[in-house]
Design a protein. Structure first.
Ligand SMILES: *Cc1c(COP(=O)(O)O)cnc(C)c1O
Length: 514
């Protein structure tokens, strides 16, 4: 089709849409703003300035190419697009490893208090004492909950926290004259950000093999620890998620941490799965030296599109001097941002980002913590684990369970029982879209073929979980009965069906016009 014919067709479509015929029910097809524009309808209609000579001469371009559309068209365009965003406020969101829990409205109310919402990070400290106190208290809660007394709130996401944490470890090794330690141990089930972070910090990754039980064994750990030097002298640290990405608690973690420490390495714990432990155990007690906390997971602040993430890190007393600046201190009831040029922080690795972190998220997280209290946070972990185990117990005869026994806050299934009928994890995920459910995490962790990682969180009621279980059981039953063709066609009622994700990633078409 020529470019002109294409524009004509699109214009027709736009006009149909304007007449209310553009969508399927209320499930609108949505084209680009440029496709909606009509040359005879300029978006802004300003008179030519008269009697005014342009001091810079005529601009080289008469237009910067903004789409010529009216205000209601713009508003409707973006509001319709926003309805394409699935969110935790729409429905069940069982993405494993992501902890998609409810974001309480109380948090939002607190974050909008003018004293928090209307301040500027460059204001003098004596005018923002309340905000500094809030951050100081958040540091305190995080230290209490992790058993790790050094806290830095500045990282802007979990992956940024990993970077901050590994840079803290590197800084400590350098300060102790251990710069020759160049290896970081990472299990094969790890989230991709772990090896990526260690590599960015200049470390070589050595993989620890996950056993058939889905957990680390002391043997596999020792094999990795001593693979380079007899005493593990080349190992700077390890990055382990506990509970791990298979949803299982690492039972050998204490002897593993002891051996690592003996070899002079630090234990970085990826804290993304902290929702399973919060209020129950302090990770410092199982040997953790550094841990990031995803406030947008465990402490209910919105993820990604709903607001920035936030990934504070917590460290042992030994590592605290190396933390990034600023940290918040309190002396004589006065709160201050402490930088490296002041007494107490000369060994800091420096600044990681502008200002002090995602302050709005700090408000929300502390609001969540304080409204739950110590007992409520403990119940969060208990209910999250209970919900995941309920799903596991209900689906274990319909789907293959790769690792025996109870899980923590997320349960892992695979498509092994469906695959012979030609129904894969991808088909199951697409069928869930058709049935109005956001799919679980698929094909992760990589150590399990056809993985489906389901994390209901404590947010969900038994009713909501039962409905999801019913759909999952129907998929399994239809597959077993050979009624499988439909699974390859789903989703049918979404604005887009199955995309060629590989092609889209490899050869993205980012321009409207060729
Ligand atoms: C979410 C997650 C991360 C990364 O956190 P972001 O905030 O998305 O950067 C790291 N590790 C694990 C196991 C996670 O689930």
């Amino acid at each position: 089709m020529s470019a002109e014919a294409k524009v004509e067709e699109l214009t027709m479509r736009t006009m149909n849409e304007a007449a209310g015929e553009g969508g399927r029910g209320l499930n609108y097809e949505e084209n680009l703003l440029w496709e909606k524009e009509r040359s005879d309808h300029p978006g802004v209609d300003l008179p030519e300035p008269e009697g005014m000579a342009l001091r810079t001469g005529r601009p080289a371009r008469e237009t910067i190419g903004l789409p010529q559309v009216s205000e209601p068209q713009v508003v409707r365009h973006f509001v319709r697009l926003s309805t394409w965003n699935y969110s935790i406020d729409h429905g069940f969101f069982p993405l494993g490893s992501c902890t998609m829990k409810h974001n309480p409205r109380l948090n939002e109310k607190m974050a909008r208090l003018p004293g928090f919402a209307h301040i500027h990070p460059l204001q003098p400290e004596n005018t923002v004492q309340g905000a500094l106190k809030l951050m100081y208290e958040l540091q305190h809660w995080l230290a209490e909950l992790t058993g790790l007394p050094g806290v830095c709130l500045s990282p802007a996401a979990g992956a940024h926290g990993e970077l901050a944490g590994m840079m803290t470890i590197r800084r400590a090794h350098e300060a102790k004259g251990n710069g020759h330690k160049k290896v970081v141990l990472v299990p094969d089930s790890a989230h991709g950000t772990n090896p990526a972070t260690a590599a960015i910090c200049g470390y070589t990754i050595r993989t620890i093999k996950t056993s058939e039980t889905g957990r680390l064994t002391l043997e596999a750990f020792k094999e990795a620890l001593y693979a380079g030097q007899d005493d593990g002298g080349d190992v700077a640290g390890m990055m382990v998620t506990n509970p791990n990405t298979c949803g299982l608690f690492e039972r050998e973690i204490i002897p593993i941490a002891d051996l690592l420490h003996e070899a002079g390495g630090y234990f970085y714990c990826d804290g993304a799965n902290f929702n399973a432990l919060v209020g129950k155990i302090r990770p410092g007690a199982f040997g953790v030296d550094v841990m990031h906390i995803n406030l947008h997971k465990t402490f209910s602040t919105p993820h990604g599109g709903g607001g920035p993430g936030s990934g504070p890190i917590c460290v042992t007393e030994e590592l605290a001097p190396y933390l990034p600046v600023p940290t918040i201190t309190c002396e004589n009831d006065t709160y201050r941002l402490q930088y490296e040029d002041e007494a107490g922080r000369p060994e800091s690795l420096g600044r990681l980002r502008g200002f002090v972190g995602q302050f709005g998220m700090h408000v929300r997280a502390l609001s969540y913590m304080m409204s739950h209290g110590a007992d409520g946070l403990k119940q969060v972990a208990e209910d999250a684990v209970l919900n995941a185990n309920y799903i596991l117990s209900q689906l274990k005869d319909d789907y293959h369970v790769p690792y025996e026994g109870p899980c923590m806050h997320e349960c892992l299934l695979t498509d092994k029982m469906q695959k012979d009928q030609g129904v894969t994890t991808l088909d199951i995920a697409k069928t869930l879209c058709e049935r109005g459910y956001h799919p679980m995490t698929v094909y992760f962790p990589l150590v399990v073929n056809g993985a489906m990682l389901i994390e209901p969180t404590e947010t969900e009621s038994k009713d909501a979980i039962d409905r999801f279980i019913t759909v999952m059981k129907e998929i399994a039953a239809d597959t077993a009965a050979g009624d499988t063709d439909k699974f390859h066609a789903y989703p049918e009622s979404t604005p887009r069906r199955r995309l060629d994700e590989v092609l889209a990633a490899r050869q993205p078409v980012l321009n409207w016009k060729e």
